[in-house]
Design a protein around this ligand. Structure first.
Ligand SMILES: Nc1ncnc2c1ncn2[C@@H]1O[C@H](COP(=O)(O)OP(=O)(O)O)[C@@H](O)[C@H]1O
Ligand SMILES: [Mg+2]
Length: 355
């Protein structure tokens, strides 16, 4: 008789953040308390096939990114009567039976409500945001619309869904430089800074290569600060100490790009961010407001620009990076919730809200 909670850690997936997800999952599996949990790793290949995963070897080595290798094909039961059952389609029979799912997936098909919908249909408890919050937080156009409706400051945007020229008045109101980014991207993939309109077409090509919808925003000049929000099983919320990302200006790309984030080791965080106490209080409150405005659950990381004229929310991540250098576990640890306890909280919240 096994009294451990059986946790499926699902990672990889079809998004451009496949490898980041693998690294996040590796760190999570290394930190789940083995006395409490039995881990069932489930990998999703870049093509979207589900297969048995691994529990180790998911780190970045010499700038080489891990990815899910295909083995037997698995599928999750969609029948609530057999909820939490993974079947082995290649060999037949049951692969594993789980109590709860940790969807350690970033980006489209993982963090956007699609897989959350599948979990809802299947009846299995899962950690983190539900369908609506995942979808709304993945799509930066709608994130900003929902936040703005609650009076939370966000950057202006022009939304493009196909090749079209920017109108002169749009260029004028955006000003230069602008940031061009996929609406449903992540890890800075497809993001460019444009300081001359002649560079816009190339930046749009890069962004449209990852998404059919692209946002153009004026550059926000300020400090990049991130706050982790954690929801306990009783529904109460904790806003972490803020992290200030330092060293971004010195990085090769001049902003918080993919290489800067994961490969170059140039960005260090100052936790807590050295802000005026009133500013820290204000952005912690804004982080909670953003969590509620988007109907998040379990966890989220709310990213800010702190400018001279106040704080602006840049984006909300419903399953933020959990790699060893990722901000979310670090800011929570600085707020008294270390990694293993953090994972307990996520699982308790998932099981609690399912009860
Ligand atoms: N409007 C903006 N003004 C200034 N910098 C920006 C702006 N938008 C994005 N950036 C820079 O690009 C990075 C990635 O953009 P972000 O919107 O956070 O997308 P992602 O979901 O890929 O992290 C940010 O961390 C920041 O460094
Ligand atoms: Mg970001």
């Amino acid at each position: 008789m096994n009294s451990k909670i059986r946790v499926a850690v699902i990672y990889g997936g079809r998004s451009t953040e496949h490898s980041v997800s693998c690294v996040s999952a590796g760190a999570i599996m290394a930190n789940l308390d083995p006395a409490k949990y039995e881990i069932i790793p489930i990998g999703i290949t870049k093509d979207g096939a589900w297969t048995q995963g691994v529990t180790s070897g998911l780190e970045i080595h010499n700038r080489m990114l891990p990815e899910v290798a295909m083995g037997d094909e698995l599928t999750l039961s969609l029948n609530p009567a057999t909820k939490g059952t993974f079947y082995n389609l290649s060999k037949g029979g049951v692969h594993a039976q789980v109590d709860v799912i940790l969807p350690v997936l970033h980006g489209p098909f993982g963090e956007d409500g699609t897989i959350q919908g599948l979990f809802e249909l299947s009846g299995v408890p899962y950690a983190g945001a539900g369908v609506l919050a995942s979808a709304a937080s993945m799509d930066k156009e709608y994130t900003k619309k929902l936040l703005a409706a609650e009076g939370i400051p966000v950057a202006a945007q022009v939304v493009l869904t196909g090749a079209r020229e920017l109108q002169e008045e749009e260029k004028h109101s955006l000003g230069l430089p602008v940031f061009v980014k996929p609406a449903r991207g992540g890890s800075s993939i497809g993001v460019s800074r444009v300081s001359d309109w002649s560079e816009l077409a190339a930046a749009l090509d890069v962004a449209f290569a990852t998404d059919s919808k692209v946002l153009i925003e004026p550059e926000i000049v300020g400090q990049e600060v991130e706050i982790g929000v954690l929801q306990y099983a009783d529904g109460s919320l904790l806003a972490s100490e803020p992290a200030l990302l330092a060293g971004i200006a010195d990085s090769e790309d001049g902003f918080y790009s993919f290489d800067t984030k994961y490969l170059d080791d140039v960005v260090t965080a100052q936790i807590p961010a050295p802000l005026e106490p009133a500013v820290t209080l204000e952005i912690k409150e804004m982080a909670l407001e953003a969590f509620r405005a988007l109907d998040c659950a379990g966890l989220s990381r709310v990213d800010f620009f702190v400018t001279e004229s106040g704080a602006i929310v840049n984006e909300v991540n419903t399953f933020p990076g959990f790699t060893p250098i990722s901000m979310y576990p670090q800011v929570l640890a600085h707020s008294g919730v270390e990694y293993t306890r953090l994972l307990d909280c996520l699982i308790e919240q998932a099981l609690g809200s399912a009860a």
